[in-house]
Write a protein that binds this ligand. Structure first.
Ligand code: SF4
Length: 293
């Protein structure tokens, strides 16, 4: 009998729950609206929104209906003004942890600090923090190589922010490098609690001796899911899947213990589906000759 163990903590965080709830409540009022950027980074949730009549667009100029819904990842502050200019009413589903970084970074900037955002420059959350800034006011750093190219000594003081869903361990070298180069560089603790909890639980799961392989369930664009995958995969063979349809039976041959975790934007129903499917196929005899039948 194959053992299937879920991480102690996985899946939906408060920010995602609130964003989905706000969008669903809006849809139930029969108002017309468009979501700017995936409401949360999960393709199945985006499909569900479509079915509720809320389409997703990538640019504010593509929003045509009277309401625009800002996603959990937030938007540049100027977008509130732009929406008003376009006569759009705003439903703001930005996560409060993202809003906190907007506030903190604006304060740091007003105090004359140079801003550093550790994260992905193409992620909506990071675009939200930096879009309205002047080039010389900030850096977005993804790795140590990039950090080494900047003359950190020349800034009087620096405040470092993390994208909320990063794994801070992976960027310790970057932050230490900047702080060593500039004694007035300070880091802020902006990785959100849900990300930390899911990451700690994923690490625990991956270190469980009974677990041989791990499925990390989440959307293709989900940064926090990718980080969970990196953590798990550094301990045990792991697979990043969007749902049960991505599972290949050959991955399970000879496996006696499976771990399951999921990103902060993955609905519980998808995790349940994956577990039920795994229980079903692992109860069958998994022999190489049967796999493609
Ligand atoms: S992962 Fe954290 S920052 Fe992102 S939506 Fe959830 S609670 Fe907010």
């Amino acid at each position: 009998m194959v053992k299937i163990l879920r991480a102690r903590k996985y899946g939906f965080c408060s920010g995602v729950r609130t964003a989905i709830l706000k969008a669903k409540r809006f849809a139930s009022e029969n108002k017309e609206g468009t979501i700017l950027g995936q409401i949360v980074h999960n393709e199945k949730v985006v499909e569900e929104m479509e079915q509720l009549g809320l389409s997703t667009v990538e640019s504010l100029s593509d929003v045509k209906k009277p309401y625009v819904i800002f996603s959990a990842h937030g938007v540049p502050p100027s977008f509130y003004k732009r929406a008003k200019e376009k006569d759009l009413k705003v439903v703001d589903a930005t996560c409060k942890f993202v809003l906190d970084i907007h506030k903190e970074s604006a304060k740091a900037l007003s105090e004359g600090k140079h801003l550093v955002f550790i994260g992905d420059p193409n992620h909506r959350e990071v675009i939200g923090y930096t879009h309205d800034l002047k080039k010389e006011q900030f850096h977005i750093i993804e790795n140590i190589e990039q950090a080494k190219k900047v003359q950190w000594e020349k800034y009087p003081s620096i405040t470092i922010f993390y994208q909320t869903t990063l794994n801070s361990d992976e960027f310790e070298d970057v932050v230490l490098y900047i702080m060593n180069k500039n004694p007035n560089a300070k880091k802020t603790d902006t990785i959100c609690y849900a990300t930390k909890e899911n990451q700690n639980a994923a690490k625990e799961l991956a270190q469980n001796e009974e677990v041989e392989i791990i499925f990390v369930i989440g959307g293709k664009k989900s940064a926090n899911t990718r980080h969970l995958f990196e953590i798990c995969n550094s301990f045990k063979k792991s697979y990043l899947i969007q749902g049960k349809e991505d599972i290949k039976k050959e991955w399970l041959i000879g496996v006696k213990g499976i771990g399951l975790t999921a990103g902060a934007s993955t609905p519980d129903t998808i995790v349940d589906d994956v577990e039920n499917y795994l229980r079903k196929i692992t109860s069958e005899q998994l022999h190489p000759d049967l796999l493609h039948k």
